[in-house]
Ligand binder design. Sequence first.
Ligand code: KG4
Ligand code: ZN
Length: 429
Amino acid sequence: MSSSFLSSIRRACNQSVGKIVLNSDRCYWNLKCLGRYRAACTSQTALQPRIVLGIETSCDDTGAAVIDEAGRILGESLHSQKEVHLKTGGIIPPVAQRLHKENIHRVVQEALDMSRISPSELSAIATTIKPGLALSLGVGLEYTLKLLKQYNKPFIPIHHMEAHALTVRMIHPVQFPFLVLLVSGGHCLIAVANGISDFLLLGQSLDEAPGDILDKVARRLSLIEHPECTTMSGGQAIEHLAKQGDRKKFYLKSPMAQHFDCNFSFAGLRNQVTQIITKKEKEEDIQKCQILSCVNDIAAAVQHTVASHIAKRTHRAILFCKMKGLLPQSNAALVVSGGVASNRYIRRTVQIVTDATGMALLCPPPKLCTDNGVMIAWNGIEKLKEGIGILHNPEGICYEPKAAFGADISGQVKEAAIKLPYLKMKIRE
Ligand code: KG4
Ligand code: ZN
């Protein structure tokens, strides 16, 4: 093995370790573990490290990354459409498609250039094919098919939610089975991860996703006009303003209190908040696009209700898993990921539950919680290592805007009808 090859591996390793986001939160990664894990991987794989290019275009982020099997990020690039969609007040699929088309080549090229890996050196290309916006998924798949043909590489089609669920294993040696909560703008589900493509779905949102309702409430409050929030996503703006608000100024009913299952619902909460906003707008006689004086209190109330709803359903999921022996008796872990998982208030509320039930709480750093190419490439690496889901002839492969996630056992959870013991959901700021 040439010394230049070894030194390029070392360089890549140093670069990516430097990029890991460190945070004082208790639920963040322990660098010592990370070091041990990487060292173990390196000793096993130094001879012929497998390398995967991952491509993500399922929604409004064009992402690409090149990763080796030890989880080292050799190159990455991300183009976010957030600002465009913020201005139009939501994602317009043909606009998202156009932006993916305009950026995909540059994004993939940047990731490859940064990695100094030529496409011919790749072990495989992994791309999100489900679920997501049809027009967005189509751009990633079409581009991938061209690359596959040009370089004659195997294809690993990726389920976006599975990739979110497993990203954690890139930086922490969490073993199966573990519990995973995915909360984003498009999804809300809780599942047991038994293996790379083996999940038991305990519950999911019956209507909207938490990020979606935070985005809608933020739009209804015209937060884009708020001087402190002009470039923030709805969820970020709500989190930011909530810090200065008093959640007790507004009473919001907790969703699904009479349903003893692990499903989620946010549409009713959105209606409650909309009614409050309409009433307050009349009282303050404000015009469209003006900001209510009580905006911080509304943000705090909605954030708290979303957080405690998520925490309660998670609590029941943990108790169900314990009852059925679905998780290890010691060192059981809850992984929380997706864009909404970057909300510190929500994480801390969930942590009240994990502390009370003796579970470890693991959250990837915010950069890996939101959509990106890294999680897709890592899912490709995991599949490659297990030898599953690898296509040598991608002919006939289609994207799937709607796709199930794991085996649905939410009916069994409902049947168990577990009543939650009281837990005080109080967060000290
Ligand atoms: O995972 P993601 O990047 O995309 C998908 O939805 O798949 O998540 C984006 C969502 C948006 O709804 C955004 O408002 C929300 O995550 N989000 C947050 C925060 N940062 C992003 N929600 C609450 N608090 C945050 N700090
Ligand atoms: Zn996502």
